[in-house]
Design a protein around this ligand. Structure first.
Ligand SMILES: Nc1ncnc2c1ncn2[C@@H]1O[C@H](COP(=O)(O)OP(=O)(O)OP(=O)(O)O)[C@@H](O)[C@H]1O
Length: 339
């Protein structure tokens, strides 16, 4: 492992009167048995080691990013943390509870938001879903009203309360789901891709809400995302998992340093009015041309403004966008930096 890419379980930080540990994994493994057809009659048994000996501790109030490439083992970890899956080996505790053994008791202490799926009732107005949540979790009326009011106000849900969930846009539905996960005051919130597919305004709204939730209420958050900006804007700590193993545990800044083999780059995507040879712009290089569209890479730390000014002055520009580097880019560079 490259120097600076240390894996610190964080356990040291919590002994003797340190912050309270809320999530604790000790050498946790999850192995799936997969059967696949290997001929007409034969079936082959294969094992997939989705989580391969992971140890970490998250203290109360931390906002932690849990990232990694597709298939790295993130969802499997989160499923074990909610009690949906039982670890094959190792020890796991959330708020002192063994999730697989006491899933229902744990449900009162945690909130879960899956970006790709909703926990809301599809045909019911948002507020009816919330009413059902209140009964399901046996939330006292006064507390429910207070929590709902805060979420409605801060997530701009007021005009949406009477709208059936299936009529909500993705961003509206996501805000609705986040509120639903918080009505019972969970101490821990797991968020799986909460900003995926959202427009810039909705992303900003969701991030600001989560930031406040963590700062004001001290809710501990474990965030799975492919969006580097989620990590940079929200997380004090980021853990990178790959092939079921923890390969980085530290600050988001340190992640960049670990991936410093090549400087992080952003992409300026130009839509020209017609097909042209590769443009020539100081401070950026053309990496792809596709019809009237051209992709220009430039250092992530540099401003896009002078590049846009140069292009606009010299070429027939009809539209443009800037693509941020994503977590995969950074992780790929992290590996490239190792021998
Ligand atoms: N129920 C299952 N049965 C068999 N294999 C599984 C099962 N669930 C996950 N896997 C395998 O375990 C590995 C880790 O999957 P997991 O869904 O945890 O990854 P992930 O990091 O969440 O990926 P993504 O970013 O794509 O959601 C993958 O190889 C996946 O195919």
């Amino acid at each position: 492992m490259k120097a600076g890419v240390g894996v610190d379980t964080g356990v040291d930080a919590v002994v003797d009167g340190g912050p309270e540990v809320l999530i604790e994994l000790d050498a946790v493994e999850k192995v799936f048995d997969v059967r696949r057809r290997a001929g007409l009659l034969r079936r082959e048994k294969r094992q997939v080691r989705a989580v391969d000996g992971i140890s970490f501790a998250v203290a109360r109030g931390e906002f932690v990013g849990y990232v990694g490439p597709n298939g790295a083992g993130k969802s499997t970890t989160v499923k074990m943390l909610t009690g949906i899956l039982t670890p094959s080996a190792g020890r796991l505790r959330v708020a002192g509870i063994d999730p697989a053994r006491e899933r229902m008791r744990l449900a009162h202490r945690i909130g879960v938001v899956f970006g790709q799926r909703t926990t809301l009732w599809w045909d019911l107005p948002l507020k009816d879903s919330y009413g059902l949540m209140r009964r399901l979790y046996r939330i006292p009326r006064a507390r429910f009203a207070e929590n709902l009011e805060r979420c409605v106000e801060r997530l701009d849900l007021g005009p949406l309360l009477d709208v059936p969930v299936r009529q909500l846009s993705l961003g509206q539905r996501m805000r609705g789901d986040i509120a639903a996960a918080l009505l019972h005051d969970p101490e821990v919130l797991y968020l799986d891709e909460p900003t995926i597919g959202l427009d810039v305004v909705s992303k900003a709204k969701v991030r600001e809400f989560l930031r406040q939730l963590n700062a004001e209420r001290g809710t501990t958050v474990l965030l799975t995302t492919h969006d580097l900006q989620d990590i940079e804007q929200l997380c004090g700590r980021v853990m990178v998992i790959d092939h079921g193993r923890l390969v980085y545990d530290g600050t988001p800044g340190g992640l960049h340093a670990a991936g410093a083999a090549g400087e992080s780059e952003r992409m300026l995507v130009l839509h020209l009015e017609r097909e042209l040879p590769a443009v020539s712009v100081e401070g950026a290089r053309v990496v792809k041309v596709e019809g009237p569209r051209q992709w220009l890479a430039f250092p992530a730390g540099a401003s896009a403004a002078p590049l846009v000014a140069q292009v606009a002055a010299r070429y027939p520009l009809s539209d443009l966008s800037v693509r941020e580097p994503d977590i995969e880019d950074v992780i790929a560079r992290m590996y490239a930096g190792r021998d």
